[in-house]
Design a protein. Structure first.
Length: 148
């Protein structure tokens, strides 16, 4: 019982990559599926799409860290391609300016918060309720922009 939507998409993309002969996409998608299944086994419960997205983000972060350290051009190109394939699985995240706009209804509460930490908490709560895909660092930058 895996995360229904994202896992189904990954399985379809694995099949497509196999048919097209794209070994890099096939292998990284298989790795992503394996990571999701491992997370599910650890949790001993079905993985949600959030769990699956977190596993994919973890793989992307790992590849980006390795990419920053590698000196092998061929390996670097493979890592970039893997990040590209994995990133395409995730919903597009809002930019800082889009986050500021999405927080329009809570600007006063963000400005009234005692510190940036509390203000970020208000922002995250609002964004989570709307289902917006955001990065924590971008939310922090948006809060600082709002608080001026």
């Amino acid at each position: 019982m895996l995360a229904p939507v994202l896992v189904d998409d990954i399985k379809k993309q694995i099949t497509g990559a196999m048919k097209s002969g794209d070994a890099i996409a096939r292998d990284v998608l298989r790795l992503a599926l394996s990571e999701i299944q491992t997370a599910e086994a650890r949790k001993n419960a079905p993985a949600s799409d959030d769990d699956a997205s977190n596993a994919i983000r973890k793989l992307i972060k790992s590849n980006e860290e390795t990419l920053a350290l590698t000196t092998d051009a061929t390996r670097a190109e493979t890592l970039r391609r893997e990040v590209e394939v994995l990133s395409a699985l995730l919903p597009k995240q809002l930019s800082v300016d889009e986050i500021v706009a999405a927080l329009g209804s809570v600007h006063d509460a963000i400005k009234a918060a005692k510190g940036d930490g509390q203000a970020t908490g208000v922002a995250m709560k609002h964004l989570k309720a709307t289902g917006a895909a955001v990065s924590g660092n971008d939310v922090g930058a948006a809060v600082k922009k709002i608080r001026g």
